[in-house]
Structure formats: structure tokens, C-alpha cells
Ligand binder design. Structure first.
Ligand SMILES: [Zn+2]
Length: 457
């Protein structure tokens, strides 16, 4: 979206802005307008786990190639333990410095994709009053993918096995040292720490997946309310009000207990109040686009509110009254089914809850993504949230047998304590299951097969 624009148009934009002061500019576009803009202009990949460091590097090179034709400035500011480049993409010339960083947990990539959409938006719309005002009021530094070694393996931790977000005091990870160095050098007035949350994260009753959860980060055990924390509570309120129309009832709040080792908490303590934005899950088989879209709107609105001063008018109670995160969300619940465990335990009736986990495998240099399904809970799961609900009334759930196909008539093996199935209908096991309809002759019709994992493309 680095389309060249006539020089006169650029000049006109800058002339219009010459008298700009923070707090007096055109307001940021409304959330729905930003979402619609994202629908038409986003550049992000539809599957975030497939965005590896090489992809980030390629996109960064494309931004850098635009040179002075772009308002984006690109610099390598450090490297991971294994030598992968870590970048700063910055924009704006204003006195109010903001720092955003994404993917300090390697398997939490939604915001990295949203940042690239944000860059494209800022650059393409720089002449519009709201973006031009943002560029005059703010200097925004962004570090996309702070943990590229973890991202390469699709794991939370870095190559040392350290959780960078618990390394703010010891500073043993090069990535953590870099983050502190950048914070100290730029002295941002506010920081946005961008993560993904566990897919079990839910809010409300009955529970639903928490699409975005916010945390105005504490800087001490007693959770003292400082001007910085008032600012991040107000900023969280701005984000809540921006996202709720797009994801009604799916915006939550993290417990704000102080974590002495965490970066957000310490960066807040060092003088840069931090708002944590945690992404996902979302009720969709392909969760990435919807979640990137929410991130994009959240970031654009948050920066807009900082730039035009409207954050000061936000009511912090809008953040305070968000529902608190819980951990009650499941991918699939097979409800009221007769469970044959496969170990010789007598059949019993209950619900079986399955959770999904994403795994990345690199085969011949090609990055493959799998969604893996595990049995998470068994029993009465009426209080659990779920993406998919399967009514098992009158049916049997059993471990899959090799070669079973849907519609086939089968007889179950004699699973006993001495000769159990290799997979069991038991918590912790991969969910390789068959849903069966019993026949009067003691056989079953296979109604549905649940695969232990599937490849996501
Ligand atoms: Zn995280």
C-alpha cells in the first residue's frame, strides 16, 4: 500500500497540519469504520502460526524498500540468542512516545500480524487528518516478534527455554535485555504488551471464549493507583468501547495481581505504564482473521485516543467493570453420551470435553500447522463453554479403531484391564474418538469420527 501520491497532495496535507497540537485533531475513525477498512485493506496472512521470522523479515524488507516514500522507519535494534534480527518499526514525529511489542511469547502471533496491518494503514492513510494528527502527536515504536527463536519453534519460551516475560529482573535472555534497553532509551509514556491467551480463557455465564482480555498492569503488591495506572485503565476503556460492538460480550479483564518477575509490571514500575492486550479464543473454526481484525481496531483506536487526547475523557470504570477472565472454554463438548473408556471400566453416561492446541512442525523447511485435540474433562460439563456442542443422547463414545469409516457397521473389541485400547476416553489422551449408534444386534453404526489432529492450511 505504498502507492505514490501526487506531491501536491502530500504538501497540502502537511500545510493543513502545520498548526496541529495534540488534543485538537480529527478523531480516529469509529471502530466499525476501522474494521471495514481492515476488511478491504489488510495485508496479514490468514493463519498466524505460519508467519515465521523469515516472513517478518521479508515484510520488514518491503517496508524498508519504500524508503522516504513511506512514513515508516525500519531499524534492526537487536538479535535473538540464535541471531535472528529483531526490528523496530516506528512512525510519527510527536513528543508523546509509545512503545508496542508483540510475540515475546513465540507462539502468540496475532498481534504481530495486526502490527503489519497497522503499518499499512498508517502509511496508506497518512494524509488523512486523523492519521496525520497521530503522526504529529506521537512517536510510536513497535517491536514485532520480540521472540523470533520461540516463534520459529512455535513455543512460548526463547531458545534458552526462558519465559522472557518472567525475566525482567534477572535479564538473562538477550530478548529481555533488549526490551529493557529500548524502554530505557525511548522512555515511552505508555507501553502496549501484546499477547495471546490460552484458548480455555472464558468470560461470563454461560461462559464464552474471551476474544480480547485487557490488563492495566500493576507495579506493586498493593496495586497502588498511580497516574500511569489511571492512564492505562482509561486506555483499556477506550479499547473496550472500540471492540465491544465488534465482539459483543467477549471482552474481558485479567486479574491484576502483581507479578514481580514480569516485564509489564516492571516496565510500569520503571516509569512506562503498560496495558496488556491478550487475544483469543474466538468462536470460529479459523480464528485468526477475526482476532487480527480486533487487534487492529484496538491498536488504531488506542493510538488515536492517545494522539487526540480523548483518552483523558475515557471513564476508567469501563475497564474496571469488565468481566473477569475464567478458564471454562472448551473446543468441543460431546454431551450426554454413553462413554466406553476402552480400559475395561464399565460404560457410564456423561459429557466429554475436548480442548484444541496448535502445533507447528517443520518438514523439509516447510512450516506445517496442526490443530491437536485432547480430552480435557469428563463428567458433568454443563458449566463449560464450548465452540462446538455435540448431542450424544442415545449414542456411544469410544476410542477409534483402525480403519473405521463413517456409516460403517462395526463391533467393538473386547477392551479389558489386561488388553486396553491404545487410546482411551480419558483426560490427557488425544481425542481419537468414534461416536456410535447402537444396533439391536450388539453392533454399532459409526456416525462420526473425531481425529486426534488435523492439518490447518
Ligand atoms: Zn503471552
Amino acid at each position: 500500500m505504498n502507492c505514490p501520491r501526487p506531491f501536491a497532495a502530500v504538501l497540502a496535507a502537511f500545510v493543513t497540519l502545520s498548526g496541529f497540537t495534540a488534543g485538537a485533531q480529527a478523531p480516529a475513525p469509529a471502530p466499525q469504520a476501522l474494521a471495514s477498512l481492515w476488511d478491504h485493506e489488510h495485508v496479514s496472512s490468514p493463519v498466524t502460526p505460519l508467519v515465521d521470522h523469515a516472513e517478518v523479515k521479508r515484510r520488514i524488507a518491503a517496508l524498508a524498500a519504500a524508503g522516504s516514500a513511506s512514513v515508516l522507519h525500519v531499524a534492526q535494534v537487536g538479535a535473538s540468542l540464535e541471531g535472528r534480527e529483531i526490528y523496530d518499526v516506528s512512525f510519527g514525529t510527536g513528543p508523546y512516545v509509545v512503545l508496542l511489542w508483540s510475540q515475546m511469547h513465540g507462539d502468540e502471533g496475532t498481534a504481530t500480524s495486526a502490527l503489519f496491518d497497522l503499518y499499512a494503514y498508517i502509511d496508506a492513510h497518512r494524509a488523512e487528518p486523523s492519521v496525520a494528527g497521530l503522526l504529529s502527536a506521537l512517536t510510536v515504536h513497535t517491536v514485532p516478534m520480540l521472540n523470533p527463536d520461540g516463534a520459529e519453534r512455535w513455543q512460548r519460551r526463547n531458545a534458552q527455554g526462558i519465559d522472557i516475560n518472567r525475566d525482567a529482573l534477572l535479564l538473562q535472555s538477550p530478548e529481555g535485555r533488549l526490551l529493557k534497553k529500548l524502554r530505557d532509551a525511548w522512555q515511552p509514556k505508555v507501553g502496549l504488551n501484546l499477547h495471546n491467551q490460552n484458548w480455555r480463557t472464558s468470560i461470563g455465564a454461560p461462559p464464552v471464549g474471551a476474544a480480547i482480555s485487557l490488563l492495566s498492569v500493576a507495579f506493586d503488591q498493593s496495586q497502588t493507583m498511580s497516574p500511569g495506572r489511571v492512564l492505562t485503565r482509561k486506555l483499556a476503556s477506550v479499547v473496550r468501547d472500540a471492540l465491544e460492538p465488534l465482539a459483543p460480550g467477549r471482552i474481558g479483564k485479567y486479574d491484576d495481581a502483581f507479578e514481580v518477575r514480569a516485564f509489564g509490571d516492571n516496565i510500569t514500575k520503571w516509569g512506562t505504564p503498560v496495558l496488556l492486550i491478550e487475544t483469543g479464543p474466538y468462536p470460529d473454526v479459523n480464528p485468526d482473521p477475526a482476532l487480527i481484525r480486533l487487534n487492529f481496531v484496538a491498536l488504531a483506536r488506542a493510538l488515536g485516543a492517545l494522539a487526540d487526547g480523548s483518552v483523558d475523557l475515557a471513564d476508567p470504570a469501563r475497564y474496571d467493570t469488565l468481566p473477569l477472565n475464567q478458564s471454562l472454554n472448551l473446543h468441543t463438548v460431546i454431551r450426554n453420551v454413553t462413554i466406553i473408556q476402552g480400559s475395561g471400566v464399565p460404560p457410564f453416561t456423561g459429557d466429554v470435553g475436548i480442548n484444541a492446541v496448535r502445533r507447528v512442525r517443520i518438514d523439509d523447511g516447510q512450516r506445517l500447522l496442526f490443530e491437536s485435540y485432547q480430552i480435557d474433562d469428563i463428567g458433568d460439563l454443563r458449566t463449560a463453554g464450548r465452540l462446538f456442542d455435540v448431542d450424544g443422547t442415545g449414542k456411544v463414545l469410544a476410542p477409534s479403531v483402525t480403519g473405521a469409516t463413517v456409516g460403517q457397521e462395526i463391533r467393538l473389541p473386547e477392551w479389558t484391564k489386561d488388553r486396553p485400547s491404545s487410546t482411551l476416553v480419558l483426560t490427557g489422551y488425544q481425542a481419537q474418538l468414534m461416536l456410535l449408534r447402537p444396533l439391536p444386534n450388539g453392533a454399532y453404526i459409526v456416525e462420526r469420527l473425531f481425529p486426534g489432529q488435523v492439518e490447518i492450511k
